[in-house]
Ligand binder design. Structure first.
Ligand code: SAM
Length: 200
C-alpha cells in the first residue's frame, strides 16, 4: 500500500467525499474506513492492479472508492436506497466500480453479474455476518482472500466481544485459512478484522 510521510493514501482523483490530498494522492483515513484502519493497526492484504473485488456493504462508496484506486474492478453490493444513490454517483465518475443493488445474503440475486474474484471484502454490520460471508465464498478464486469486518455488537450486544470474535474466527477456519485477526480500535470500537485465505 502507498504511504507518504507514513500517511496511507490511494492513487486516484480526489473530491469523492471531501478527503484531503497529499502530493497528488488521496488520504485514506483510518477513522473513516475500516480497511484503512486494518492497514494502520495490522497487515491486511496487498491490493494489486489486476485484482477483482466483491465488496459487500458498499454504503456510499467511501472505502469502495479507495479500493477502486488500487484494483482492476470492484463489484459493490449495497441494499439500502439512500447510500446507493451516493454510490451510483461515485461509480459514475469511475470506470471500474460496478454498483449492484442487492442483498448480500442472497448472492443468487447478483451471481449473473459476477465473475470470479480475488478478494471478498465484507462490512455489513448484521447479526449473520459470518453466514453472509460464507454464502459469497463461491465467488472466490482458488487462493483468494476474504476480509471480514466483524461488528461484534451487531452479532450480540450482550455477549463478550472476544467470544463473538472467537466464534466467528472458528466458523471461518472450518473453510478457510485464518491468517490475521485484529481489533480496529482506537479507530473503530467493537470492530475486528478477520483476514482469511482460500486453501485451494
Ligand atoms: N463499507 C462502508 C465503508 O467503509 O465506506 C461502510 C459500510 S456500513 C458499516 C454497512 C453497510 O452495509 C450499510 O450501508 C448497509 O446498508 C449495508 N448492508 C447491510 N446489510 C446488507 C446486506 N445484507 N446486503 C447489502 N448491503 C447491506
Amino acid at each position: 500500500m502507498i504511504r507518504i510521510h507514513n500517511v496511507l493514501v490511494s492513487p486516484g482523483e480526489g473530491g469523492v467525499y471531501g478527503e484531503r490530498m497529499l502530493d497528488g494522492y488521496r488520504v485514506w483515513d483510518p477513522y473513516r474506513s475500516k480497511l484503512a484502519a486494518l492497514y494502520t493497526v495490522g497487515t491486511g492484504i496487498e491490493l494489486a492492479p489486476a485484482m477483482r473485488v466483491l465488496y459487500l456493504g458498499a454504503a456510499n462508496g467511501t472505502t469502495v472508492s479507495h479500493v477502486a484506486d488500487y484494483v482492476d474492478t470492484v463489484y459493490a453490493v449495497e441494499f439500502a436506497p439512500r447510500p446507493m444513490q451516493d454510490l451510483l454517483e461515485v461509480a459514475r465518475r469511475r470506470r471500474n466500480i460496478v454498483p449492484i443493488m442487492a442483498d448480500a445474503g442472497k448472492p443468487e440475486e447478483y451471481a449473473h453479474f459476477m465473475e470470479p474474484v480475488d478478494l471478498v471484502y465484507q462490512d455489513v454490520a448484521q447479526p449473520d455476518q459470518v453466514s453472509i460471508a460464507e454464502r459469497n465464498l463461491p465467488f472466490l478464486l482458488p487462493g483468494g482472500w476474504l476480509v471480514l469486518m466483524l461488528k461484534t455488537r451487531s452479532v450480540d450486544v450482550r455477549r463478550d466481544p472476544e467470544d463473538v470474535l472467537a466464534e466467528a474466527r472458528d466458523a471461518l477456519a472450518r473453510r478457510l485459512e485464518v491468517v490475521e485477526v485484529c481489533w480496529l480500535d482506537p479507530y473503530h470500537l467493537d470492530h475486528a478484522a478477520i483476514v482469511c485465505r482460500d486453501r485451494r
